[in-house]
Design a protein around this ligand. Sequence first.
Ligand code: TLP
Length: 346
Amino acid sequence: MDKIDLRSDTVTWPTPRMRRAMANASVGDDVYGEDPTVNKLQEMAARRMGMEAGLFVASGTMGNLVAILTHCGRGDEMIIGDISHTFLHEVGSASALGGVHPHTVPVRDDGTIALDDIRAAIRNPSDLHYPPTRLICLENTQGATGGMPLSAEYTRSVVELAREHGLKVHVDGARIFNAAVALGCEAKELVAGVDSVSFCLSKGLCAPVGSVLCGSAEFIERARKIRKMLGGGMRQVGILAAAGIVALEEMTGRLAEDHRRAKMLAEGLATVPGLIVEPERVKTNMVMFSLADDVSLDAYQVAKRLRAYDVLVGPRTERSFRAVTHYWIDDERVEKAVEAFRKVLQ
Ligand code: TLP
């Protein structure tokens, strides 16, 4: 990777071992369930999530959509964080394609949704005016709060609340392995009791494409049909799943490095006059920071000037940024990025 690309962990290129595994993958027609590499990936993924079955899907967006459409019918309601990726950044797919009504509740600074807010959002089934509440969606790590990991205890308390009301729980676990590393536990502990989880292979785990949706065998059978409906029934897709297998075998164990470098980046940026950073908020691989009031440039102008130093960073608003560390960012690149900010802002 020639540039210091901190815009996201989605920018990661596949590792050399992934490219070799892709070139040599055994394949078959996955719509017939006959691709051995896809089947292996799905089994591995399900095992890692402590669930019965998995389904390889094209993207995190597709994983969440397939889950929602499998849990909910038209006119049903899902309770979801107001700054969740599914609500903000998935093109309104659940309502556009599934007629599923999002009932948003506030996400707190630590990435959680208050149980009282979830409870208050659950509709009274005997009231004629309301859509039926069917699903609660969580996001772990919670991206918009800066990659906050949600604990196993918190998720368990949401599951208990859901059970009391006969609701399902889906976790957008795009970065669930980052959460597991940050909390020092297994990913499966973070989704114990939930009905479905979708996690991404193509972010910090470096695979070029794909997510896996996991749940009970019965849920995944229904999800397979929804995936087909959405055009996601792929054929010799073991070529892609092969990289996913390497991702699960080799890449989850190294995420602590990305977290250490995110902290290092935050601490470095905190020394740059003109930037407001809270390094103590960095828990995983994301750093959220903003421009001090006396900086005359806006975030878009700063990002543009950083390009001259081969540094790519994502403005979030006129005054704020997100930087994400990943496999292709080493210590030297962190230091170079900090120095580039210093030069642009001096
Ligand atoms: N997130 C991307 C952008 O879309 C914002 C990023 O750069 O972080 N859930 C979460 C929590 C995500 O952060 C993302 C992607 C997705 C789902 C969707 O995954 P893809 O991009 O594979 O559809």
